[in-house]
Design a protein around this ligand. Sequence first.
Ligand code: G4P
Ligand code: NA
Ligand code: NA
Length: 194
Amino acid sequence: MQELKERIRREGQILSETVLKVDSFLNHQVDTELALRIGREFGQRFGGRGVTKVLTVEASGIQFAMAAGIALRVPFVYAKKKKAITQGEAVYAAPVYSFTRREAYQISIAEKYLGPSDRVLIVDDFLATGAALVGLADIVERSGAVLVGVGCVIEKSFQEGRFLLEERGIEVCSLARIVSMKPGEVQFAGEECN
Ligand code: G4P
Ligand code: NA
Ligand code: NA
């Protein structure tokens, strides 16, 4: 997505060779119009595939899952990272190991919001190590729903997330694929969305 790549070049802060800060438009302050256009891109890629639900993990996947849900005219559900306050509710849960925080946490979705009649599109802001997305894919599989694909806004192709998802036969579409970066220079892959 050309607009997104330009925005990353213009406003992205490269904190190291592996960490990109896009706080000004993507995941702290959010450019709402851009978020809606991102949703439309996912809608174009995954439209006509019978998607019934968009899934993400809180927090910064939410605005893009909502935008994709608007484009596809389906609800979105976000997995929670904390135990729900409503005790006794049946949930699908999966452990996720965060490499940045060096600790494991749980993600969970209420069973009533995901089942065998669903066809799911997973959406997130970053595809990095893929830990959270693999956990979400596990939840989808356990629910009996069909996983149509994963859509990510920014993929860091030099990390293993895409590999781990593709290894499971999951289709991955990223709107900006970064192959390398250093201050003042972001290198994108020629191909996006495959
Ligand atoms: P992941 O690939 O499954 O997301 O796991 P990883 O452990 O690699 O990343 C941990 C968190 O850091 C994730 O957010 C992820 O989106 C975010 N992240 C990874 N690389 C970058 C980066 O280069 N820049 C920015 N800004 N974020 C990055 P999270 O813990 O799920 O939390 P949230 O931000 O969605 O609340
Ligand atoms: Na995220
Ligand atoms: Na994040």
